[in-house]
Ligand binder design. Structure first.
Ligand code: SAM
Ligand code: SF4
Length: 458
């Protein structure tokens, strides 16, 4: 039996990293690693990093400064601490990380987490170990599947990665370089993982992928299944009451996926569909491979299928060559659709992408000013969407205790956090809530009636 060691994992960036961090923890458990909530008492620290924008990547180096000090303090007390950098910065920068931050013992790329136990042993022996190859084997086949015991207590909602990587090569984006080619997991493996989660008390599953709706994993019949078909299969798993998926690309909103929003009661009426820009000229320069009209057409077909939808998006302002007219087209698109929320970013040139080579980069001050205007427009729409919820009654899945005693927090079908005065025995249950008040990001409500079951699965 291996001695117990403490593991601290810090995730930066997207939900894919949150999921990967969990799987790394599961993979290291048989090696004797037990998760700890603080870096101070850890024997192994993993930073699971994000490279999507420059600021995200730079955060890692400032965090490494802090970790170096912890490592030195531990060494002064005769305790050896190992530091590993995983994720997209690791994939993009490889050996360079060890040169810039010699305190790092292990660098592991986004496709190699199943090699972690071997890499740690190598670093203990040789000083450091770096592995950023894109392997021919599938990491999902080798990473420890979360067992019932490991999964229990992780809450009532879970992410499940179904697709990874991207072949679209938008000219601003590093994902095709840091996550590699698009791959999908087989339907049976995903179903088995969701069954284990359901068994451990999970009620809501979000299927995730960089391009989740490009999903084409092998079905039990040996043929590629679409995301629509996968959702239909997962919806039949006992205990799973809610489904979501993210992030989608407008090009891959297939008919059966749009129809699933009408036909699957478990599929929540919410979609995150990044558009990036409302200008056809900029969409072409970004290599998004769709026009503004194509995007509006997808949204109108979706709303025909399911009129009650909360739509969110991602926007980039100040992409090279973006004029005031292009930006005005983005603001008009926002006005035409009416989002329930959105993420918006200043364009950040990323090494190796075509956008970074473009000569007509936009001034930082112009980017900041446009971002401010866009965010104000989106905030107004979000506030209006939330206000329209007041007086409505809908189902809330309760996830955890609230900030104040006697309060619990759940999510509406539209993914808004909802705070309710209710007993904590309702955590894990879905109950009908009437919305009484809203703040900028949250809804407040009262139980409409007592649910038949005190807790789902009870
Ligand atoms: N696959 C998704 C799609 O096709 O839209 C999104 C992937 S990316 C992880 C999440 C968001 O980050 C993008 O939608 C985009 O708005 C933003 N993003 C990506 N690269 C960026 C860059 N270089 N500068 C600013 N924002 C960026
Ligand atoms: Fe990046 Fe998404 Fe474009 Fe792929 S589709 S390159 S992940 S923004």
């Amino acid at each position: 039996m291996k001695g117990t060691r403490k593991l601290f994992v810090k995730s930066f960036g997207c939900q894919m990293n949150v999921y990967d961090s969990q799987r790394m923890t599961d993979t290291l458990a048989p090696e004797g690693y037990v998760e700890t909530a603080t870096a101070e008492d850890a024997d192994l620290i993993i930073l699971n990093t994000c490279h999507i924008r420059e600021k995200a990547a730079e955060k890692v180096y400032s965090e490494l400064g802090r970790m170096r000090r912890l490592k030195e303090e531990a060494a002064a007390n005769d305790r050896r601490v190992l530091i590993a950098v995983a994720g997209c910065v690791a994939q993009a920068e490889g050996e360079e990380i060890v040169r810039r931050a010699p305190t790092v013992d292990v660098v592991v790329g986004s496709q190699n987490y199943h090699h972690l136990p071997g890499l740690i042993a190598r670093a203990e022996r040789d000083g450091h170990a770096v592995d950023t190859e894109f392997p021919v084997d599938d990491k999902f086949d080798h990473l420890a599947a979360p067992s019932r015991a490991m999964t229990r207590g992780r809450g009532v909602t879970a992410f499940v990665t179904v697709q990874e990587g991207c072949d679209k090569f938008c000219t601003f984006c590093v994902v095709p370089f840091t996550r590699g080619a698009e791959t999908s997991r087989a339907v049976d493996k995903i179903s088995a993982e969701v069954e284990r989660l359901a068994d451990a008390g999970v009620r809501e599953v979000t299927l995730i992928g960089q391009n989740v709706n490009a999903y084409h994993g092998a079905g039990p019949d040996g043929r590629p299944w679409s995301l629509g078909r996968l959702l239909e299969r997962i919806a039949r798993i006992r205990g799973i009451e809610r489904l979501r998926y993210t992030t989608s690309h407008p090009l891959d909103m297939a008919h059966d996926l749009i129809a699933a929003h009408r036909d699957l009661p478990a599929l929540m009426p919410q979609l995150h569909l990044p558009v990036q820009s409302g200008s056809d000229r900029i969409l072409a320069a970004m290599n998004r491979r769709h026009t503004r009209a194509d995007y509006l057409d997808v949204i109108s077909r979706l709303l025909e299928s399911q009129p009650d939808m909360a739509l969110t998006s991602d926007f980039i302002v100040g992409f090279p060559g973006e004029t005031e007219d292009d930006f005005a087209a983005t603001l008009r698109l926002v006005g035409e659709i009416g989002f329930s929320g959105a993420f918006s970013f200043k364009y950040s040139p990323r090494p190796g992408t075509r956008g970074a080579e473009m000569t007509d980069q936009v001034d930082e001050a112009v980017k900041s000013e446009r971002l401010h205007r866009l965010q104000r427009a989106i905030d107004r729409q979000q506030a209006a969407f939330n206000r329209r919820c007041v007086g409505r009654t809908f189902d809330v899945l309760f996830e955890r205790p609230g900030r104040h005693p006697g309060q619990i927090v759940g999510r509406s079908p539209y993914l808004q956090p909802v705070q309710v005065e209710a007993p904590s025995s309702l955590i894990g249950a879905i109950a009908s809530v009437t919305i009484t008040e809203v703040s900028s990001n949250s809804l407040f409500g009262a139980l409409a009636r007592q649910p038949a079951l005190a807790a789902a699965g009870a």
